[in-house]
Design a protein around this ligand. Sequence first.
Ligand SMILES: NC(=O)C1=CN([C@@H]2O[C@H](COP(=O)(O)OP(=O)(O)OC[C@H]3O[C@@H](n4cnc5c(N)ncnc54)[C@H](OP(=O)(O)O)[C@@H]3O)[C@@H](O)[C@H]2O)C=CC1
Ligand SMILES: O=C(CO)[C@H](O)[C@H](O)COP(=O)(O)O
Ligand SMILES: [Zn+2]
Length: 340
Amino acid sequence: MLNTVYRLVAPRTIVPVVVSQDTAGKVVVRPTHLSICNADQRYYQGIRSKEVLDEKLPMALIHEGIGRVVSDDSGTFKPGDNVVMLPNAPVEKDDYVAENYLRSSKFCGSGFDGFMQESMVLPPERVVLLPQGATSEVAAFTELVSVAMHAISRFDAIAHGRRDRIGVWGDGNMGYIVSLLLRLRHPDSKVVVFGRNALKLNDFTFVDETHLVGDVAGVQLVDHAFECAGGEGSVAAIEQIIDLINPEGTVSLLGVSENNVPISTRMVLEKGLRLFGSSRSGRKDFEDTVELYRERPEVLDYLSALVCSVNEAAQIADISRAFEDDIHKPMGKTVIKWNM
Ligand SMILES: NC(=O)C1=CN([C@@H]2O[C@H](COP(=O)(O)OP(=O)(O)OC[C@H]3O[C@@H](n4cnc5c(N)ncnc54)[C@H](OP(=O)(O)O)[C@@H]3O)[C@@H](O)[C@H]2O)C=CC1
Ligand SMILES: O=C(CO)[C@H](O)[C@H](O)COP(=O)(O)O
Ligand SMILES: [Zn+2]
């Protein structure tokens, strides 16, 4: 099959390339709704180092997206099925290391072509059926929800059992989704969010407390914490977490930083903290996320608060405009209605 792939060849420069792809045993999915992640912006704007850009470009961006099945040579899906596409492609199995941590796995939009393609040709294991009625604009960023699901599952396995107060640092998309899933998964815990923007914190209607990071005097310590700030914000967030967490607490790190983050290891030692990182997600996390949409459809309503804009893309200029608009958005996710 001939397929057009829209690759970033240099910062802010996207070109179409026609490639031939083998569809034997594969599902052909026409992307319908894509969503931009901060990781895409780091490539689009050329924020990554020259070495990384030289190594990874040209590459089609985007690893958050859904689509409609066109054909399936494996017989797993029917034409017309609405599905979420999984960006992680493991090439081996390990008894201890999850698929998203295996160094051999291929991740769409990070070294391998992402979803900015006319059609995606995927093995059936990299496709999950969406429930009927799942709002497309929200389902578009299911991958981000699955990352939060993954981090919370790891937290559940690692953190000690006193979970009276769980702190979440970051008032953006990741902070919102982690807080929402914590609320559902740990209804008896108090979810306490720390952010930099009063306006964004107003949207966290389902949590117990919100605090501006500059105004934490008298705030009760938390038992465990999630860092969802990323970028330069990670430095201050991790410093404050170490200050405001009880001894033997667990800190889940989710924010991606371009530069190394200095950490007060003295206090990590003195408090006996456990810091663990989580990156990306695996098939089980996608299945759990879709199951959550099915069982608790109100989650989709809460997530819809994150849809900042839906931009239709029918030509390359539209894709560039969506990326440029995303840079200046006040909050939330930029969704692209993909008509390429
Ligand atoms: N681990 C993984 O697999 C994944 C990681 N990420 C990463 O997670 C991070 C967050 O992503 P996302 O939520 O979409 O980004 P957003 O920009 O939407 O959110 C980050 C938020 O954190 C706020 N912030 C900055 N500094 C602090 C601080 N010290 N304390 C509390 N809040 C702070 C920012 O405020 P302000 O805007 O005012 O600076 C902003 O509102 C990014 O680094 C992203 O790359 C994303 C997807 C998956
Ligand atoms: O967004 C993400 C997953 O959803 C991760 O941040 C992303 O995979 C990191 O990749 P890269 O090394 O290319 O920045
Ligand atoms: Zn991402």
